[in-house]
Design a binder for this molecule. Structure first.
Ligand code: ATP
Length: 587
């Protein structure tokens, strides 16, 4: 396929924000795509050559890309740089300077998808002496045979700026329409949730249809989208919702780890599919050593423990492991334990459809327990009183609360879904009406007085998975210490956007826009209806969104979450309804 055809489609997607229109554009395009090329195209639309969890970035520095643009366009470095300073986007620079596709000559080659992938692979794998120069030349050679639009996307792909706006859910919609039926959409999404590999799902569907999709199973090495919990405002409601009896586990305050034990290797994935193995080499080794079979996928929470007292430490401690460079020192200084709470696969058996209590039995059966590999503490409770007693034990053991889990036969592991089979209840809920929120930064306002010249407040947004769009909920200016404020440009500036991000709806106008990327944890006094904010606009009241009042940063940067894993609009609306129900004195 000609890369120009792909670039035209990316451009069409970028020019709309309506999900249905994007679905139509994609479906029309997929119907013309050769099945064997679909996989690469899907990865490219996300700016990658592989699924997300490979963790490999093309990551060319802007300066290097500018050099390639200068070489191809014949424009002096100063002109290229000036345009880059103005736009902040090498894609736009390339588009403006590479004005039209040159006539084919003896020295040019058609710019096919195949050629683009080969060159990008060379860029990705270039190492050692002269590697920067080689990368630059591979890109220049592609640009030489590009028109302006192809140049825009090539430069965005290599610098990690590819955002065409179509969310995973929209791509799944379009795949279902093109290769199956709308009714098959849940089964296609299931295949994605158990592999986290959109390219694989697309290729399977295009090649083998729904029969191929039904064969996609949990596989060691491919991360599974994690199951998540709902929340309720009181233990009594949790027990009632569970039908009077349920399992309750400690809710540990650490980092979720999905451990894939293979025949020869172990890999630990975070909930946003990053490879955590280098941060927890001791846990990887211990989990493998304590496993009695050959292959398994388990989930647990990695928690730091005090090396002297053995007490569990807060989340902040375990994140220090992620930031330390000398890992062997960190392993000694910050001992970590894993508390296993689920098993998704073991020696040829997909466990995700097995009920909760049997999954727990399987963990006990297949693993030896030791000091650093333990099971989560669990009790089956039959009354509110028993649940409250257990909650107190959990808080005394320094946990953040409890996770109630259904013990019904229907209590399977629902990859990628947040539902009432698991319900969390945290000690924070006793102090405030709402849970904390994980929100993404989409803008900044310059400060005044002591904060003059620095970012003084941030515009925060939440995600709506149903529309694939972000909406604002508050302006956040409290809870930052001086060190954090000083560090904000380091944290945020790489996501600066010259205009409002395409996936965001906002009424407020900050001084600087950011692409949704960084997630911060925020607590607040109240959720309100707000005419200034756009999250859930019109859902509860016409032209009015949902806002959160008196927000305060807790000090926790949620680098374990991507922006699309923020607290969703639907969750905030649920919390709003819980809060109104609470203040009516009904609970
Ligand atoms: P939070 O910010 O409350 O951790 P979350 O959005 O990350 O929420 P939830 O599904 O709401 O995810 O809460 C579940 C999280 O709690 C899991 O992602 C996991 O990291 C953690 N956790 C701690 N102990 C347990 C447990 N026993 N069972 C399941 N999850 C647990």
């Amino acid at each position: 396929m000609d890369f120009a055809d792909i670039a035209i489609t990316f451009d069409k997607l970028e020019s709309t924000s309506a999900r249905l229109e994007m679905t139509d554009i994609l479906a029309e395009f997929f119907s013309r795509c050769p099945a064997k090329e679909l996989r690469s195209i899907i990865y490219l639309s996300q700016g990658k050559l592989h699924p997300d969890f490979y963790g490999v970035e093309l990551g060319m520095a802007d300066k290097l890309v500018l050099k390639a643009i200068s070489l191809t366009s014949g424009k002096p470095d100063a002109v290229v740089e000036e345009l880059w300073l103005k736009t902040g986007d090498p894609g736009q620079v390339a588009e403006q300077l590479i004005t039209k596709k040159k006539q084919m000559t003896l020295f040019s080659e058609p710019l096919t998808l195949d050629r683009v992938i080969k060159s990008l692979t060379l860029i990705e794998t270039a190492e050692g002496k002269d590697s920067q120069d080689r990368k630059m030349k591979h890109l220049a050679s592609l640009l030489h045979d590009s028109g302006p639009l192809e140049a825009r996307y090539l430069c965005r792909i290599v610098t990690g700026r590819m955002r065409v706006g179509a969310s995973t859910m929209t791509i799944l919609d379009a795949l279902a329409i093109t290769y199956a039926t709308k009714e098959s959409r849940p089964e296609i999404e299931r295949a994605f949730n158990v592999t986290c590999d959109l390219g694989l799902v697309a290729e399977t569907l295009a090649t083998d249809g729904m029969e191929g999709i039904s064969k996609i199973k949990v596989t060691v090495g491919d991360p599974v989208k994690v199951m998540l919990a709902e929340r309720l405002p009181s233990i009594a409601e949790v027990v009632e919702k569970m039908g009077g009896e349920c399992a309750i586990e400690y809710k540990y305050d650490g980092i979720r780890a999905q451990v894939h034990i293979g025949k020869d290797s172990v890999k630990i994935y975070s909930r946003r599919l990053e490879d955590l193995t280098p941060n927890f080499p001791d846990i990887a080794e211990a989990v493998k050593a304590h496993f009695k079979g050959t292959e398994a996928i388990i989930e647990g929470e990695c928690v730091a423990v005090d090396s002297e007292t053995g007490y569990m430490q807060s989340f902040q401690e375990v994140t220090h492991r992620r930031r330390k460079h000398g890992m062997s020192d960190a392993v000694k200084e910050i001992p970590v334990r894993i508390f296993m709470f689920d098993i998704l696969y073991v020696d040829g058996k997909d466990m995700t459809n097995v009920p909760y209590l049997q999954r727990r039995e399987a963990i006990k059966e297949w693993f030896d327990i030791s000091d650093n590999v333990q099971m989560s503490t669990m009790r089956i409770v039959h009354s509110v009183q028993e649940a409250e007693d257990f909650f107190e034990d959990a808080v005394n053991a320094r946990c953040e609360g409890v996770m109630a889990k259904s013990i019904a036969d229907t209590s399977i592991y629902r990859a990628g879904s947040r539902g009432f089979l698991w319900i969390k209840y945290k000690k924070d809920y006793q102090e405030s009406l709402t849970d904390s929120f994980d929100l993404t930064v989409v803008g900044a306002f310059y400060g005044m007085g002591k904060r003059a010249g620095k970012y003084g407040a941030l515009l925060m947004a939440t995600y709506d998975p149903e529309t694939g769009r972000y909406g604002t909920v508050c302006k956040l200016g409290t809870g930052f210490d001086d060190a954090f404020l000083d560090n904000l440009p380091n944290l945020l500036d790489m996501y600066k956007s010259p205009e409002i991000p395409q996936s965001l709806d906002a009424k407020m106008q900050p001084d600087v826009w950011f692409q949704p990327a960084v997630v911060l944890e925020v607590v607040a006094a109240e959720i309100t209806l707000s005419p200034n904010h756009t999250a859930g606009l019109g859902v509860l009241k016409e032209d009015t969104g949902i806002g959160i009042r008196f927000p305060r940063f807790t000090g926790r940067v949620r680098d374990d979450k991507g922006p699309d894993q923020c607290t969703t609009v639907q969750e905030i609306i649920e919390m709003y309804e819980m809060q109104s129900h609470d203040s009516d004195g009904l609970s």
